[in-house]
Ligand binder design. Structure first.
Ligand code: HEM
Length: 463
């Protein structure tokens, strides 16, 4: 439990001093941040603080200490100015460039555009992209799964988020421009987003060109009265609470932000799903059998309802996400003194101005929530076990939680399930490279190196 505490009357959390931190450097370098943070959690408990240069950082582990982090009001715990580096990536009229109230309304536009009832219309375009993409694979061969999934997900994003105009004519350019936007994700740009280094220059150039492309599409739709089914259209048609229409610049920024938010996250979880299933044949057999069963009932038809029957596949993706989240932790800043109560009942006061890091990766591995947390076991989410629910709210925080929970979760599952059901039905797959390690050098964590998979075409028989 976490509450606000104006006088900060409670004792501070255990402090990890500079000597303890220095002693951990070799562990950090050789074993990585997860092992280091797990050591600190085991030693100091679910709340602890460190100082780094002039900054105090308080770490939180577990659902018991996470409620205010996720659900607190902006005046208690906020995203602060930590995402300012995204302003030159997404433009000056949306996201972290605008006031909080406008930003929240934009997030509601995302939620509306990506809610399950809206997603039904995306199934067919997603399926078409997936079928066309994998039709280009040969009879058999070896591919880098990470690269392949990255490409197919970008094709889907072009079609379903940006729309047919981009997908049909401009995909190559968009793909390159997005790589340019992503140049803005590095340590220098994070600390000094406007510093004139080449990466920032390439980021700015890419955003300007991408914005022009989106403007052209919007203007052409308006001129010819064309209305599409994609998310871009939903954002164009959205209105703020006071009745104002979204501006062209805001829509362009929002759509770039959405693609960015969904791109690596989805490609990572789908790649980890593959790596996990191909090394756990027990579950691979179960998901293949699930496809057979569904084919017996629905033949080759795939629609929103059929996808919702793929429960073990869904759990297999969710479990891959639990074991390999895209981030070690989520970040906020305290705007008031707050109190955190641990599951043992100890209360700590965290002062206004602390950076909070919620270590969702460690929460996913807590043994009082997840049985044998290091074991890949999609069955842990089945009725009767449902370990994430039994563990309490925020036990599964791979998609965040509360006021800033990921609005793209249902969309992400939809596209990953469409890809994996197609792969399972049409290919025999074998992981030929070793099980990937996590690449800690990336801002958004991903499987390290190539994930090589040997494929052989097949047509799954339902009987
Ligand atoms: C498996 C895939 C995904 C994962 C693991 C994931 C994870 C997350 C997480 C952890 C957050 C919360 C960040 C925080 O609290 O600071 C978040 C926010 C967000 N996600 Fe996702 N995401 C995924 C896919 C997507 C997709 C496909 C989209 C869009 C189509 C999307 C759009 C967003 C947006 C716009 C936010 C910001 C919400 C806000 O600030 O209120 N995500 N995502």
């Amino acid at each position: 439990r976490v509450t606000s505490d104006p006088g900060c009357t409670r004792p501070p959390p255990p402090m990890v001093n500079i000597i303890a931190l220095l002693k951990l450097l070799p562990t950090l370098c050789t074993k990585g941040p997860e092992v280091t943070m797990t050591y600190l959690y085991n030693r100091f408990g679910s709340v602890f603080t460190t100082s780094f240069l002039w900054k105090r950082i308080s770490f939180l582990v577990g659902p018991e200490v996470s409620s205010l982090f996720f659900q607190g009001s902006e005046s208690e715990v906020s995203q602060g100015n930590m995402f300012e580096f995204t302003v030159p990536m997404f433009g000056p009229e949306n996201g972290f460039a605008v006031d909080y109230s406008t930003r929240i309304q934009e997030i509601h536009f995302f939620i509306d555009a990506l809610r399950p009832s809206q997603l039904r219309s995306h199934v067919d375009p997603m399926l078409r992209e997936v079928e066309d993409y994998f039709a280009k694979w040969g009879e058999e061969g070896v591919v880098d799964l990470k690269d392949e999934l990255n490409q197919i997900l970008m094709l889907i994003a072009s079609r379903c988020l940006l729309g047919n105009e981009v997908r049909e004519k401009l995909f190559g350019e968009i793909y390159t421009l997005f790589s340019g936007i992503e140049e803005g994700v590095n340590l220098v740009s994070f600390m000094l987003p406007y510093f004139p280094v080449p990466a920032n220059h390439r980021r700015d150039k890419a955003r300007i060109r991408l914005t022009e492309i989106v403007y052209d599409i919007m203007r052409s739709r308006k001129t010819y009265g064309r209305v599409e089914q994609d998310v871009l259209q939903k954002l164009m048609d959205s209105r703020y609470k006071d009745g104002r229409r979204t501006t062209e610049a805001a829509v362009a920024g929002m759509i770039i932000a959405l693609i960015f938010a969904g791109k690596h996250t989805s490609s990572n979880v789908s790649t980890w799903t593959g790596a996990c299933l191909l090394t756990h044949t027990k579950f691979l057999d179960v998901v293949v059998e699930e496809q057979r069963e569904i084919m017996r009932k629905y033949k080759d038809k795939i629609d929103y309802n059929v996808l919702s029957k793929m429960e073990t596949l869904h759990s297999s993706i969710k479990e891959a996400g639990r074991m390999h989240p895209a981030t070690l932790g989520l970040i906020r800043q305290t705007q008031k003194n707050i109190t955190v109560r641990t599951k043992e009942g100890t209360e700590y006061g965290i002062p206004k101005g602390d950076t909070l890091v919620n270590l969702v990766m460690l929460t996913s591995k807590l043994s009082h929530i997840y049985k044998d947390p290091e074991v890949y076991d999609p069955y842990r989410f089945r009725p009767g076990r449902e370990e994430d629910k039994v563990g309490g709210r925020f036990s599964y925080a791979i998609f965040g939680g509360g006021s800033h929970v990921c609005p793209g979760e249902a969309y992400a599952f939809l596209q990953i399930k469409i890809i994996w059901s197609h792969l399972l039905r049409n290919f025999e797959l074998k992981l030929t490279s070793p099980f990937p390690k996590t690449d800690w050098s990336k801002f958004m964590l991903e499987p390290k190196g190539k994930v090589l998979v040997n494929y052989k075409r097949r047509h799954l028989e339902s009987n």
